[in-house]
Design a protein around this ligand. Structure first.
Ligand code: SF4
Length: 345
């Protein structure tokens, strides 16, 4: 006689087990990991889920899509003071020269007072050598591990150069990580390929994202929260000590932040923390973290009383750059205050 199983009950058991494994291996804390973007243009531009694939033809000059240095550094200064960890410095390929990228890594690491992580494409040994003074870890944007699906989704971004980078970086003493997007068409049996990839490369971290469908691409829906959490929970159980970051999608962030933490994610990322600072969503994320038994390090809702000009003054930057950063910080913090006021009403 066949026994019927209740898929919901199975899922609950899986999440409970993942939470138990997490609690056995980590302190019950969580935080927000902030990605710092360098540009919104990418010279690859053909990954079929990415918003950059929909704007590539509209941007004639990559230089006009670069973020300014004061804006990048303002992001870092605000993040540091709000207790947001830097997830990585990232951006579209071949926008800044390599020397410019090194210069930005140096300055961002000076803001944070420690080495940072980068996700800047496949970097060769020579490039890694130039970065090692400022960079602690490198991340490879793998997106999906099923080779056939990968060829379809990222036709011009093969996995091999990333694999090579991860191996070389590991040998050189860098920490390593990968990103993966759930919702691109992967099947649950692809989990074995993911686990093999993590094992083979001895990764220290993985960042999951839930697909956010972009208009103009072939995708129309995000994965269900349970499906997304399933991948995180399976990864936590298989890799008890791996750092797992879970991206939120802004529209539904507050619906499942707690679920992702209970599924074993260490921390959350991909929330527009400045734009939605102090919002009801940000409040809900912090509340759900507490409900999941985690202490939230830093804040998405309370702006500490900081003398920003004094913070900028401490940095080893030239005066003109400091002046431009001060102006940007004024603009950013004003937005954040307005966010808090709107929620208070
Ligand atoms: S390489 Fe990255 S940024 Fe460029 S199109 Fe692909 S996913 Fe988007």
């Amino acid at each position: 006689m066949m026994t019927e199983t209740n898929p919901d009950a199975d899922f609950d058991v899986l999440v409970k087990e993942a939470n138990r494994v997490f609690m056995e291996n980590f302190h019950p804390k969580t935080w927000f990991g902030r990605c710092i973007f360098l540009s919104w243009y990418c010279d690859v531009g053909t990954c079929d889920f990415c918003f950059r694939s929909t704007i590539k033809h509209k941007i004639k000059h990559a230089s006009s899509a670069k973020r300014s240095l004061p804006s990048i550094l303002t992001d870092a200064i605000i993040g540091k003071n709000l207790g947001w960890r830097i997830e990585f410095l990232t951006g579209g390929y071949r926008i800044f020269s390599f020397e410019e990228q090194i210069g930005i890594c140096k300055k961002v690491s000076e803001v944070y007072g420690h080495k940072i992580w980068v996700n800047l494409g496949s970097i060769d040994k020579e490039g890694l050598l130039q970065m090692e003074q400022y960079v602690e870890g490198v991340c490879a944007s793998i997106e999906c591990v099923n080779p056939d699906l990968h060829r379809k989704v990222c036709p011009d971004k093969p996995i091999e150069p990333y694999s090579d980078m991860l191996r070389i970086a590991k040998e050189m003493g860098f920490k390593t990580s990968m990103t993966i997007v759930i919702g691109l068409g992967e099947k649950r049996f692809d989990f074995d390929a993911l686990a093999r990839f993590i094992e083979e490369h001895e990764l220290d971290r993985i960042t999951f994202y839930a697909l956010k469908p972009v208009q103009g691409t072939r995708y129309t829906k995000s994965p269900e929260p349970e499906e997304y959490a399933w991948w995180i929970a399976k990864t936590r159980i298989r890799f008890p000590k791996l750092e797992i970051m879970a991206g939120l999608t802004p529209r539904r962030a507050e619906e499942y932040a707690g679920l992702l933490l209970r599924a074993g994610a260490n921390a959350l990322t991909k929330f527009p923390a400045v734009r939605r600072f102090g919002s009801a969503q940000a409040e809900e994320i912090e509340r759900q973290a507490a409900e999941a038994g985690r202490t939230f390090l830093g804040s998405l809702t309370r702006l500490p009383d900081i003398d920003w000009a004094a913070e900028v003054e401490k940095l080893p930057f030239e005066e003109g750059l400091k002046a431009r950063i001060n102006q940007k910080i004024g603009e950013y913090t004003e937005k954040m205050r307005l966010g808090i006021q709107k929620t208070d009403k």
